[in-house]
Design a protein around this ligand. Structure first.
Ligand SMILES: [Zn+2]
Ligand SMILES: [Zn+2]
Ligand SMILES: [Zn+2]
Ligand SMILES: [Zn+2]
Length: 313
């Protein structure tokens, strides 16, 4: 028996570390340097001549470890996440884990400096080990989520990647120019009242406009605010919020001498489509008015939404 530990009960469903299949993390392209000077850039870019990266890599999930780092009585380390998953049994030696922190490793990690994981996308920040995660959550080089609404699309990437993806996979219309004049036609506008439709589907249209060398997504969709069926049109900017603020846009819909206008600032696609919709930051048209604007016998929705994008001086 190993010192200080008692063996866990053998359990077939619980393989040892080699074939432990928790590994969910993508390999990170970290570059790590230390204040003390290590020799060369090793696996995953860590500067090390003695396996620094391996020391900080959780042997179970292969992610970098952050405090509290735990160890078994035999010295095998693992991250808190994995500790909570392995039912107190060390995945390396199968002895009881207990509740032992590995303070030396935590201290050591503190002395490290790393590059952002979006280094290859253009971020040149050098970060203390423990600031890295927080920085990466907000790094302006981090990939964007697919801005297409109404589907659970998991594609991420930079703007050119997403443009190609919207065009190829979502068959989104692409337009050039800063003005637009779009017609939305829907044959059964009363469907929005149908209970299951309401809960499961959001009817959406997305078009992309290119102007000022940037891309904007024009969204049009039907949903309900409370019990009131509405249509909403709004614009999102394919880029960060700081840049989105440099633009303004207006939208207009109407007929028979009446019109409804909206002037706003496009929202960054960093804000989810749902968040923008739920904040009603756009042209909201109640269905009754939309049907009035459609003319005819109110059985068909025919809205012409026109608008313009401009850059604030
Ligand atoms: Zn882990
Ligand atoms: Zn162990
Ligand atoms: Zn960064
Ligand atoms: Zn997508």
């Amino acid at each position: 028996m190993a010192p200080g530990g008692s063996a866990c009960k053998e359990d077939e469903s619980y393989p040892a570390v080699a074939d432990y299949a928790i590994a969910t993390a993508k390999p990170e392209s970290n570059y790590m340097t230390t204040k003390s000077s290590f020799g060369f850039v090793g696996k995953h870019g860590i500067q090390s001549n003695n396996g620094v990266y391996e020391l900080l890599e959780c042997p179970v999930c292969k992610n970098l470890m952050y405090p509290p780092i735990h160890q078994c009585p035999n010295g095998h380390t693992l991250c808190l996440n994995c500790k909570n998953r392995v039912q107190n049994c060390c995945p390396s030696c199968r002895y009881d884990l207990g509740n032992i922190r590995c303070l030396a490793l935590e201290k050591f990690a503190e002395s490290l400096e790393l590059t952002c994981k979006y280094h290859s996308l253009g971020c040149h920040e050098i970060l203390p080990y423990y600031s890295k995660l927080k920085h990466e959550q907000h790094c302006r080089f981090r990939p964007y989520n697919c801005p297409y609404a109404g589907s659970d699309c998991s594609i991420t990437g930079d703007i050119p990647t997403l443009i190609a993806h919207l065009k190829d996979d979502h068959k989104v219309d692409m337009h050039n120019g800063c003005t637009f004049n779009h017609r939305y036609v829907k044959s059964n506008p009363h469907k929005v009242e149908h209970a299951t439709w309401m809960l499961t589907t959001v009817e959406v249209t997305v078009s992309v406009f290119k102007c000022f060398g940037k891309q904007f997504c024009l969204h049009f969709e039907a949903f309900q605010i409370g019990m009131v069926p509405v249509y909403m049109a709004f614009l999102r900017f394919m880029g960060d919020d700081s840049e989105a603020k440099k633009f303004s846009y207006c939208l207009e819909v109407g007929a028979n001498g009446r019109k409804l206008t909206w002037q706003g600032i496009p929202r960054s696609i960093r804000d989810s489509h749902r968040k923008v919709r739920d904040s009603q930051d756009g042209l909201v048209i109640q269905r009754n008015l939309a049907l009035y604007f459609s003319g005819g016998d109110r059985q068909e929705l025919k809205l012409r939404v026109s608008g313009r994008i401009w850059k604030e001086a």
